[in-house]
Structure formats: C-alpha cells, structure tokens
Design a protein around this ligand. Sequence first.
Ligand code: SF4
Length: 321
Amino acid sequence: MLRPADARASALWVNVCMTQTLEISTLIADVREQIMYLQELGVETLDVKLPERVASGELRVEGKLRMLVSPVSSIVAEREVAKPAPLRPPGSRLAALPSLSKLSSAVPPRQTDIPMTEPKKESLSVEMMPAMPEPTETIEQIQAEIGPDCMRCKLSTLGRTHVVHSTGNFNADLMFCGEAPGADEDQQGFPFVGRAGQLLTKIIESIGLKREDVFIGNINRCRPPGNRAPEADETIACKPFLQREIAVVRPKVIVVLGATAAQNLLETKVPIGKLRGHFHDYLGVKVMPTFHPAYLLRDPHKKREVWEDMKLVRDYLNTTR
Ligand code: SF4
C-alpha cells in the first residue's frame, strides 16, 4: 500500500520525468533543425566547445562536441558525453529528489541558449575545400595571352628557342604534366617530343589510350639552361597559366611526371618516392605523381613502379566512365 507521501513523490517524479523528456525532445528537434540549416550553408563539421560543466545536478555534458553536419543523423562526440543518471525509483525520499528549479537547470540548455546558435568565431571551424574555378576562357585564349615571346620570367633571356605550350585533347579525362621543356621540345616547340616523349607515348598506350586522347603540358613553358630545374620565381610566373588550362580542361586525373613537377603542383616538399603510388588532390582532381620518363631512360628498373601507378590511373578512369 503506497503511503500518501510516497504517492505524491511518485506523481511529482513522473511529472519531472515528463518535463525532462519534453525538453530533451525539443532540444533534439532544435539541434536537428540547426544542423539542416548548416548543411544548406555547406558546413560539414562543427566544433562546439562546451564549458567543462554545462549543467550541475543530474545531467552533465563535458568537453568538446564535434558534430558531423552531414548526414544530419550523425553526431559524434569526441569526448565522452555523460549519460543522465538513472531515474530514481518511485518511493525514494522526496528530499533526495532535485527540486523542479534545479531540474530545469539540470537539463542541458535549450539549443537556442548554447554557443552553437551564437557561435564565437573561434568555436566554428568549417573546413572549406578550395574549389576549381569555373572556366571563363579557352585554351586558345590562354595561350594567345602568353604569346610566342613571353618575357614574364628570366627564362625568356636564358637561351630558349620556343615557348612550349600545352597540347592534346582540350576535353581530356587524363592530363600529363612535366616540369619544363627539354632540348628537343625547345627546338620543336611541342612538349614531350624527344626520347622521353616517345617513352611517354608508350606509357599512355599501355593503359589503352592514344596520345591524342590526353592533354600534355609543363609547369614552365621555356627551357631552363642546362636542363636545370625551374627556379621558384620562374615557376611563380608561369604556373598560373597551366592552372588556368587545368580549369578549362577539367581532367579527371593529372599524372605529374617527376619530383619537381609533382612538388610544384601539389605544393609539397615530399620526395617523389613517397608521393607516387597513391592519389593526391588538386582542387578536386585526382593527381598521381610518378617518375619522369627521362628518369626511366636512366633507370629502367623504375618502369615497374610507373606501371603500377598507371594501373591505378587506368582503374580509376574506368570507374568514372
Ligand atoms: S617560362 Fe613561362 S613565364 Fe617564363 S618566359 Fe616562358 S612562358 Fe613566360
């Protein structure tokens, strides 16, 4: 037989539990709505730094929440979020129950009260991926702008014969990118036409394509004296033209040939031996660094690794067709 005092305590406890449930439901609905809004803005992750103890009493949230905004249902706490204490069984002493006002503060603050709705700048970290610019020009326009007698860097005064522009299919899925023309290219005015170029043609054909299917260019368009690597100021002057061409062609994969080209395009100092063998990203385009054909002529044993890299490229292209 339940005593009147116990019955009142039980009724009060049920009331408290319903209040908690309602508030938590409202909180979840509000958070969900907020996440959908952030999704609309393109936000993918949200760091919310919460005070060490948001609420005192029965429910505590500690540490930092990292929310994956997409999908909406995925909310991952980087640190443990304490669960509410188990409900106190009816019949326990009323004095042991938290007061209604305390319970109200024990529920985590409504979504509209926590920092997420009024994010301080430092609490919102949005990882924005740089995007490939929309093309507003053609390859012909870019190359006409560079011109046949470009003087934008000192390579123009160091014995070049031709400005060597990119060639090939302007709608190619696959692009090859070297560092700069060599002697044969400088003489003929086209990229990859010497012995290294002939080997590149074989590499292209090894994955079932023809040379005319792909787009081929160099980061620098003028031959450095003695085949030295282009210097930083020379690359800074010339690389933007290649980047504009990439934005026009929009290949699915760029194979960068040799350490200098790979490090320049990817803006890294990682050696080619570590870069090759897996895809990297350039503004959403897959990039596969591999050894330069001229290096393969000196060390044919490296052809096997190039073949491994090209198989990855071939397989990726096949999955996107
Ligand atoms: S390397 Fe490029 S920027 Fe320098 S002169 Fe040649 S085309 Fe112009």
